[in-house]
Design a protein around this ligand. Structure first.
Ligand code: FAD
Length: 474
């Protein structure tokens, strides 16, 4: 029996929507089901990094998203006296991802862009107000029961249904608790008058008695987050409590409240990310406190890793390829969870020296073991190179229709797209070239002096089987 769709995507948050775009671009059928009757219109994430903009570029969404972002200046960690403990400034120029290091954005606007962008695909269906209530892998297919009483079959399913993932529960997958749990009040406001003195940096107020975060969002939006005392119970927040908390920065004369919500920040990792034909992605697979602004970023990295592997298997490739999704991604997500927790300890001032004082640099952890022979360049993010031409900037990832290309120090003819660039990065690793995967990571490293064409040969079936990302930028 032909399944109803190629991939069922559970959850219409950023993770699920991104997966739908990649599948649509490569010409596959996908159905996204989102259980909430209306889109969630309040911001959670406010920051994403250059790698995520690179992923949005691959999904042909960067053109739509970039104008609605603000380039982030960075984050300062200050003690109760206002002295800077850690300076995590971001460079003002384009970096190794081919984009700036940090962007501020408005999550509901991004999600709206992503939902609207799905209209370009004839084979992708988005169903609002329909939830998954049952999910199983029959061996050959996935079968899902939906909240409207119907059933749906798919070749694969991606459970991107968030931190409370019902799919994870239906599959009996436990979460590993990595030890961080704190209740924080998150307040979003819209300024009524300019307050340039608040600044463009995010500030982490590191104070054992009153740890707090200030975030410069897009437009006139600003956010404060405050840790709640351990004895503060209940979820109701009164306006008086909010303004009392904000009093050291703003008053009702300066701003109007958009919302105030209590969140429990946690650090957790699903014990496994795959059950047969069903994959967990995004918050369903991992959760971290938001001190680095990396939760959504990690979900988008999951999708970038999984989408081309799923597409290859849907196009007839070896299904064992899919096993590398969890091994590669879990290690990378864990690195962000661990650093977010260490920064949380610094903000709470519970662990002196949790992070060395001074300047902090962004981390770009390599993937865990998976595809390719381990070695320098393999599983690392390969820099994206740029060239300015008469028609504007050309980025190296865009030269390849399906995402595979060779980044090389010299011109070479090898039957796949080649970009001459990233010389310093290649040289530092003793390489003449690297085969770049569709998610921007190295798959094959070619040492200086080694012949390129024979080294590439085992990868040719993979490169030629993967369908192109055929749609245009929106
Ligand atoms: C205060 C705060 C600040 C944050 N700041 C940042 C930041 O600056 N940068 C960053 O990268 N991340 C940040 N995050 C994290 C980020 O918001 C999340 O990681 C991200 O939204 C997760 O996306 P997702 O698509 O995986 O899950 P979600 O956004 O939770 O989406 C899951 C969707 O699945 C739907 N769903 C659930 N169950 C079902 C079902 N059974 N059937 C159908 N649909 C279902 C839900 O309704 C929901 O719409 C922050 C989080 C918080 C709370």
């Amino acid at each position: 029996m032909t399944p109803d769709t190629d991939v069922l995507i559970v959850g219409g948050g950023p993770t699920g929507l991104l997966m739908a775009h990649f599948l649509g671009l490569r010409g596959f059928r996908a159905i996204v089901v989102e259980k909430q009757p209306q889109p969630y219109d309040l911001p959670r994430a406010v920051h994403f990094d250059g790698e995520v903009m690179r992923i949005l570029q691959a999904a042909r969404l960067a053109g739509r998203v970039r104008p609605q972002t603000l380039i982030g200046k960075g984050m300062l960690f200050q003690d109760a006296g206002g002295n800077t403990l850690v300076d995590w400034s971001r460079a003002r120029k384009i970096g190794a991802t081919g984009w700036h290091e940090s962007y501020r954005f408005h999550q509901p606007t991004l999600e709206k862009n992503m939902r609207n962008g799905l209209r370009r695909f004839g084979r992708v269906v988005y169903r609002q107000g329909v939830g998954v209530t049952g999910l199983s892998d029959t061996g050959g297919n996935v079968i899902a029961r939906l909240s409207d009483g119907s059933a749906l079959t798919a070749r694969f399913a991606v459970a991107a249904d968030g931190a409370q993932s019902s799919c994870r529960e239906l599959l009996g997958i436990d979460l590993i608790d990595l030890g961080f749990e704190e209740r924080w009040l998150v307040i979003d406001v819209r300024l009524k008058r300019p307050r340039p003195d608040l600044g463009d940096y995010s500030i982490q107020h590191c104070d054992a008695n009153a740890p707090a975060t200030y975030v410069r969002s897009t437009g006139n939006r600003r956010r404060w987050e405050m840790r709640l005392p351990a004895d503060r119970t209940g979820d109701h927040v009164s306006d008086d409590e909010v303004w009392a908390g904000l009093a050291r920065w703003i008053t009702p004369k300066d701003a109007e409240l958009e919302r105030a919500v209590i969140y429990t920040f946690r650090s957790r990792l699903a014990e496994t990310w795959q059950r047969g034909r069903i994959f967990l992605a995004g918050d369903a697979a991992h959760q971290m406190p938001p001190f680095m602004g990396q939760g959504m970023c990690a979900g988008m990295r999951d999708v970038a890793n999984l989408e081309w592997k799923l597409a290859l298997v849907l196009a007839g490739g070896d299904p064992s390829l899919l096993q590398s999704y969890e091994t590669e991604r879990a290690a990378n997500a864990r690195a962000f969870i661990d650093l977010s927790v260490r920064l949380g300890r610094l903000i709470n001032q519970t662990a002196a020296g949790a992070v060395p004082a001074g300047r902090m640099k962004s981390i770009w952890p390599a993937l865990g073991p998976g595809l390719g022979r381990p070695g320098a360049g393999v599983g690392e993010q390969v820099p994206q190179a740029l060239q300015r031409g008469p028609d504007g900037v050309v980025r190296s990832d865009d030269i390849s229709p399906n995402g595979f290309y060779l980044m090389a120090r010299d011109d070479t003819a090898c039957g796949i797209p080649v970009w001459r660039g990233a010389e310093d990065w290649l040289k530092a690793r003793g390489l003449s070239a690297v085969l770049v995967r569709p998610d921007g990571h190295g798959l094959l490293a070619i040492p200086e002096g080694a012949a390129i064409i024979p080294a590439l040969r085992p990868f040719v079936p993979m490169i030629t089987t993967l369908p192109d990302r055929a749609s245009q930028q929106v």
